[in-house]
Design a protein around this ligand. Structure first.
Ligand SMILES: NC(=O)c1ccc[n+]([C@@H]2O[C@H](COP(=O)([O-])OP(=O)(O)OC[C@H]3O[C@@H](n4cnc5c(N)ncnc54)[C@H](OP(=O)(O)O)[C@@H]3O)[C@@H](O)[C@H]2O)c1
Length: 303
């Protein structure tokens, strides 16, 4: 059985990976994140504190546990924070990847690196893996820089690009579009949503499964991993309202220009999933099925 080390295990994907690995017993897990472990159980895996900005700590954790593969989920993930703090974004999303990449190359460890649809400019989605990148934000640029380091290295690397991930976890530091929309609409709070950005939202469980498939199949290269349904953000929020029977009339459609966000967003992303479906045997859920899973998990937590 392979040993996998995850970074950023307190985050959305990190927690889903822990959940899946504990439930399915396909690999041995070493979960790592900055600070204390926020996953609710400590049984069935090891947890080590590992700040990806601390190369000595990263090296000693990797030397201690000798993983076969590292799934690198930790990153600066807030697009506006990245725009406002480019230096820290570069340290987290580029320099820390170099640290991991060098250690993986020296020790023949597979590095599964998480990237984003924001590497594209959004003029011509949905995108294939080989389409030209052209980021419109610093977050996207930092992810392109990291991808370039991997693709030009001799390490055993895999890049999984993903889009707008949703799902529920325990005590994560951030929400996501589905939880945000459901929460606001349930409280009767009017919300503004953009109707000129198109995405293929990704169920966190599907992304976690793709990460494990990439390890099991020792996949090398770039893979696009998202849900299979393509929609505008306004449609996405309306689907959330429909699923939970919430009031549509408090959803206002606006254009991206009126939002005044510090980072620019690509207009039309979305992925062509053919390569990932064929090579990794990836089977994404529909958005409706994803909402059903989120709903069931929420009911379980509440009961
Ligand atoms: N979520 C999306 O919609 C989306 C879309 C495209 C691509 N991606 C990519 O997918 C990956 C996973 O995203 P996610 O949604 O799981 O992100 P997330 O929920 O924000 O999780 C990232 C985790 O990284 C941890 N972290 C931050 N700085 C760290 C450090 N210095 N050392 C160690 N850990 C650190 C964070 O810790 P704290 O919780 O303690 O802050 C957090 O738990 C990222 O690479 C992201 O760029 C995500």
């Amino acid at each position: 059985m392979k040993t996998i080390l995850t970074t950023g295990s307190n985050g959305l994907l990190g927690q889903k990976l822990t959940e899946k690995i504990l439930a399915e017993d396909r690999v041995k897990l070493i979960a790592t994140s900055k600070g204390a472990n926020r996953y609710p159980t400590e049984n069935g895996y090891d947890y080590a504190e590992m700040d990806i900005l601390n190369p000595d700590q990263v090296k000693s954790v990797i030397e201690k546990y000798k993983p076969d593969a590292i799934i690198h989920t930790a990153a600066m993930t807030n697009v506006d924070t990245a725009e406002a703090n480019k230096e820290l974004c570069h340290q987290l999303n580029v320099d820390a990847v170099q640290t991991l990449l060098s250690l993986c190359e020296e020790r023949d460890i597979q590095l599964i690196h998480l990237s984003t649809d924001f590497v594209f400019d959004g003029a011509d989605g949905p995108y294939r893996e080989e389409d030209a990148v052209n980021p419109v934000s610093y977050y996207g640029e930092s992810k392109v820089l990291a991808e370039e380091m991997l693709t030009s290295s001799n390490a055993n690397w895999t890049i999984l690009r993903t889009i707008l991930v949703y799902g529920i976890t325990n005590d994560t530091s951030r929400s996501n579009i589905v939880l945000w929309a459901k929460g606001a609409l349930e409280k009767g709070l009017p919300i503004n949503v953009v109707n000129d950005q198109w995405r293929m939202p990704t169920l966190a469980e599907d992304l976690a499964e793709a990460c494990l498939l990439a390890v099991e199949k020792n996949a090398r290269g770039i893979y696009h991993v998202s849900g299979k349904d393509y929609m505008s953000i306004a449609d996405l929020v309306r689907k959330v309202a429909d699923y939970w029977g919430l009031d549509h009339t408090i959803i206002s459609e606006i254009s991206s220009d009126s939002l005044n966000q510090s980072a620019k967003r690509p207009i039309k992303t979305g992925f062509v999933l053919d390569k990932t479906i064929k090579d990794l045997d990836y089977k994404p859920h529909s958005f409706e099925e994803g909402l059903k899973m989120v709903d069931e998990q929420m009911r379980k937590v509440a009961s």
